[in-house]
Design a protein around this ligand. Structure first.
Ligand code: PSV
Ligand code: MN
Length: 424
């Protein structure tokens, strides 16, 4: 579905007076407003190919209508998001859910929408119909060498596919672990996993990165072979400079201090990227910022502080991606809300008065430290984010325009009501 420049211009025109009023007010309070707008214009968040359809649970799935039926239609959907918000300029593919049939044609289609291919994701957590050996008892950790070999070869194949798409990173998330005490020798599982990751690492092209994603539980409920950031960090350190830890916000035990994890991984140069989502209990895959936007702000506060300390480029030096898929919302609306929440938290983090915070920390003025952080967090930056988007050619209010133009209805007319996108 295409969205025309005229439609965006008309929408923006109808909101301009109100927008300029709010924007001027917030801009007058911020010393380096233009710099923040530039940073916002550069910041892109990749959309996972599996989040464009309605998710499901083991109890059921309720199709939303008009879901993309092919990789081509998924690219079309991400193109639509990017036309609306100018901040979703990349797509992350999950293999084998989304294997291109014709690489040249897929590359051309993505380029048409101004999209690049972000990290490619391997999948050894499900058995595929044509697969010889089962991953029921794990993949890289498996006691059987032949099953480990199959998983290694799959990952190497995913790298090869990513190379053809111009991607430059591989995300490895392993469902490996155990469901019952005694099932697994932890040390042997670790060593097998490390050996497998080493072989995959060796196959990485020189400019590629490998992201090792951890998860506290699910689908294994007694132990996970990459269960927390410490384990991921251990693998990444042993593998070498191209291996990094990937933080998925939904993969922690309750009350984990994710911002501290982020800070320390950055300090060690081992933070690779993010999977954004929000959660109430576990890996709920809820819309980013829907449950705990303050935590998201605190994470971005550490990101900005840590990246600036290391002289890193905010937009390019870490992998930014959404990873969510749930049962009830329109997936495109959910993704528009998620990107917006990320940009708001990032902007608020950019507003933190760093010098004042350091001074307050040095005086152990705890109340002042809180005041400084919350001064930034409580600033309404929505018009600043909208201004950056509008200057890049996007819509002042992407979600409102998506609804006004009845885009979901058009997608249903074109694709049908009972379509099912590949993914979880
Ligand atoms: C696992 O829960 C995960 O976060 C990994 O990133 C997978 O690739 C993705 O979700 C699958 O939906
Ligand atoms: Mn994830």
């Amino acid at each position: 579905m295409q969205l025309t420049k005229t439609e965006i211009d008309e929408h923006n025109k109808s909101l301009l007076v109100k927008h300029e009023h709010s924007f001027r007010f917030v801009a007058s309070q911020i010393p380096d407003c233009e710099k923040i707008i530039r940073l916002l214009q550069e910041f892109q968040i990749a959309i996972p190919s599996w989040a464009l359809g309605t998710g499901g649970t083991r109890f059921g799935r309720f199709a939303g209508g008009g879901e993309p039926r092919s990789l081509e239609e998924k690219i079309e959907d991400v193109g639509l998001l990017n036309t609306l918000n100018r901040a979703s300029g990349a797509i992350s593919l999950h293999i084998p859910w989304d294997i291109p049939k014709d690489y040249a044609a897929i590359m051309q289609l993505a380029a048409h929408y101004g999209l690049r291919f972000d990290a490619v994701n391997s999948n050894t957590f499900q058995d595929q119909p044509d697969q010889v050996y089962s991953y029921k008892f794990g993949s890289l950790q498996h006691i059987d060498k032949i099953i480990r070999k199959q998983a290694i070869e799959h990952n190497i194949g995913v790298i090869e596919q990513g190379v053809k798409l111009g991607s430059d990173s591989l995300t490895v998330w392993l469902a490996d672990g155990s469901c019952f005490p005694g099932q697994l020798n932890f040390r042997r599982a670790f060593e097998n996993t490390l050996d497998g990751l080493r072989e995959i690492y060796t196959a990485l092209p020189s400019h590629w990165k490998m992201y090792i994603e951890y998860k506290a539980f699910e689908p294994n409920f007694y132990s996970m072979s990459v269960g927390d950031w410490g384990q991921s960090y251990l693998y990444a350190s042993k593998l070498g400079p191209k291996a990094y830890t990937l933080v998925d916000l939904g993969h922690h035990l309750p009350h984990a201090n994710i911002e501290q994890i982020v800070s320390l991984l950055l300090m060690e140069g081992k933070l690779g990227g993010f999977h954004f989502n929000d959660s109430k209990y576990g890996d709920d895959d809820l819309t980013v910022g829907s449950i705990n936007p303050y935590q998201l702000f605190l994470i971005f506060n550490e990101l900005v502080e840590g990246m600036d300390t290391r002289g890193m480029n905010h937009a390019k030096d870490l992998g930014w991606m959404i990873d969510a898929s749930h049962n009830v919302k329109d997936p495109l609306e959910d993704l528009l809300q998620s990107v917006e929440a990320i940009l708001i938290a990032y902007t608020q983090a950019l507003l933190v008065d760093r010098n004042a915070l350091v001074a307050a920390q040095n005086e152990t003025d705890v109340s002042k430290c809180q005041e400084i952080l919350q001064q930034a967090y409580r600033t309404d930056v929505r018009s600043l984010v909208a201004e950056a988007r509008c200057r890049s050619g996007g819509a002042l209010q992407p979600l409102a325009l998506f609804r006004k133009l009845n885009m979901r209805k058009s997608l249903i007319t074109k694709r049908g009501l009972k379509t099912t996108a590949t993914g979880l």
